[in-house]
Design a protein around this ligand. Structure first.
Ligand SMILES: Nc1ncnc2c1ncn2[C@@H]1O[C@H](COP(=O)(O)OP(=O)(O)O)[C@@H](O)[C@H]1O
Ligand SMILES: [Mg+2]
Length: 508
């Protein structure tokens, strides 16, 4: 049986030469994608391959850098997600997609409250009744639309988002890595919705990293790698081996990683996480140990729990079970403050939100973590020492700025990231936890950071590097831990022959 190519007149969305850059990062590189009616199109690719970026551009959440899109044969340039929604494109996002502290019904009719206005007043009763219908439509019967969204657990909040999107009766539904966050019942609901849309000759774009799920659910599967469309497979061409080969297929040509393949480390354990379970539920009964002078890489697919692990090691996650112990001092880590006192440093993934005070100067940012180095007494700061200290950091890291009094806000991404590094490296910390340290920076800055990390290792410091980039994990780590669904999935030692393939095998 030959896979019949769907007829061209069944194309509902088409992108041509679509590109998206984030500073130096090329998230989408001339992508020509066709989405057909009557099909569920799967998108797969390593973390950072561009799946969420292309989906969010189609759904109006951000514009492309260049290229064109067509929807139902017309040029498509939605300015907002609401506009795309009105045109019939609905997206269930990877991250949280609800507004806290309002009711379930208000969440379903966000931005559409006007529909329920009577004599100038919003009729809560009418809105609640309409919400009840929207929830029933997807088979979510057991909640009260009038109650606060907070009364639901995270899985059920996702169902409310689904009800909102489906209530608009979209012609195109995009589901971005939602199923991992859902209970089995939630998954059945979403599979049912996707199948129904296909049967109604509508279109679905389905993003997941679960190969089995994709192969059973999708009619075609498109593989992205480094922002490029690599292959589109029909039902008969889908097999796990072929898909993985398309996902990896990249050469490790970058020269800036460590060039030694020693990977030996001291026997001394500096950090011991014992049976930890986080309040968020993303890590379950997880244990690990870190050696002095080791670069420990941590990887996995979305929702594997690696970012929560970084926070937990730094004392920023509430633990339901277990503990994190700083072995040399015998102390348990229960707060970031305590961790910093013991010589921990932490670079968070979301550098704009957490790691820097954007409205403060470079100097204030660098000094905020290194304060105890320049403060002689508790309330007394020597301004000259402070300036000298900051100037040294700026020089060492070659941060490009007009002055150390310049606001961090207006620095380029790479230079911002260097300021974050400066904060912690300058502090001389012994254990540095890096969450996606090179996200969105160019190769020059990357190389500088890798050199710094290597240098710190040579000084006997311990580095825990969480990353979504397999090549950098392989290139830099002495040892590599892989997480899957909040649990340990595998461990690899540094070696010249370590391949992306065997690691991906372990992640999926
Ligand atoms: N807002 C952003 N700022 C900077 N870089 C970004 C942003 N969003 C995505 N990226 C980068 O673009 C690339 C593609 O990301 P994304 O589309 O989220 O990948 P995927 O969904 O396939 O995991 C990655 O390198 C990511 O780090
Ligand atoms: Mg994504």
């Amino acid at each position: 049986m030959e896979q019949q190519n769907p007829r061209e007149d069944q194309i509902i969305i088409e992108t041509r030469q679509l590109c998206k850059n984030f500073g130096p990062t090329i998230a989408l590189d001339n992508v020509d994608l066709k989405i057909f009616r009557g099909e569920i199109t799967g998108l797969i690719g390593e973390n950072g391959s561009g799946k969420s970026t292309i989906s969010s551009i189609i759904a109006g959440m951000q514009p492309p850098t260049s290229g064109a899109m067509f929807y139902k044969g017309q040029p498509h340039q939605p300015a907002t997600m609401i506009e795309a929604g009105r045109l019939g494109i609905g997206m269930i996002v990877q991250e949280q997609g609800y507004v806290p502290n309002i009711s379930i019904a208000q969440n379903i009719f966000l931005g559409e409250e006007g529909k329920f206005r009577k004599a100038g007043m919003i009729s809560a009763g009418a809105m609640n009744r309409a919400a009840r219908k929207a929830l029933d439509k997807i088979g979510f019967h057991e909640c009260d639309p009038a109650s606060s969204i907070e009364t639901l657990d995270l899985q059920d909040r996702k169902l409310v988002e689904i009800a909102r999107v489906i209530n608009n009766d979209p012609d195109v539904l995009i589901v971005d890595e939602t199923t991992t966050a859902l209970s089995q019942r939630g998954r059945e609901i979403i599979y049912g919705i996707m199948r129904r849309m296909r049967d109604e000759n509508k279109a679905v774009i389905f993003i997941s990293h679960d190969l089995d799920e994709l192969m059973t659910t999708c009619d075609t599967l498109t593989v992205l790698r480094d922002g490029k469309l690599i292959a589109t497979l029909g039902k008969l061409e889908m097999n796990a081996r072929v898909i993985k080969r398309h996902m990896v297929g990249r050469e490790m040509s970058e020269k800036y990683y460590r060039d030694d393949f020693d990977g030996r480390m001291s026997d001394e354990i500096v950090l011991n996480a014992d049976n930890i379970t986080t309040g968020s539920g993303l890590l379950m009964n997880f244990s690990m140990q870190v050696h002095r002078g080791e670069i420990l890489g941590i990887g996995g697919l979305s929702h594997c729990g690696m970012h929560e692990l970084g926070k937990a090691l730094f004392g920023e996650e509430k633990l339901l079970t277990g503990h994190v112990k700083h072995v040399p001092s015998g102390q348990c880590i229960t707060s970031a403050r305590g961790a910093m006192k013991l010589g921990f440093g932490y670079v968070s993934k979301d550098r704009d939100k957490e790691a820097l005070v954007l409205t403060a100067s470079i100097k204030d940012n660098i000094v905020s973590a290194g304060l105890d180095k320049v403060r002689q007494f508790r309330f007394f700061i020597f301004p000259r020492k402070e300036n000298a200290y900051v100037n040294k950091q700026v020089q060492d890291l070659s941060i490009k700025c007009a002055s150390i009094r310049q606001n961090v806000q207006f620095l380029s991404g790479g230079n911002k990231q260097k300021v974050v590094f400066g904060k912690w490296v300058g502090r001389g910390c012994d254990i540095l936890i890096l969450d996606c340290p090179t996200r969105g920076v160019d190769v020059g800055v990357k190389a500088a950071m890798y050199a710094l990390i290597d240098n710190m290792k040579k000084q006997g410091k311990t580095i825990i590097m969480i990353s979504e980039e397999l090549t950098e994990l392989i290139g830099m780590s002495d040892r590599l831990l892989i997480l899957k669904d909040g649990q340990f999935a595998g461990e690899f030692q540094r070696s010249r022959t370590l391949s992306e393939h065997e690691i991906i095998e372990c992640m999926i």
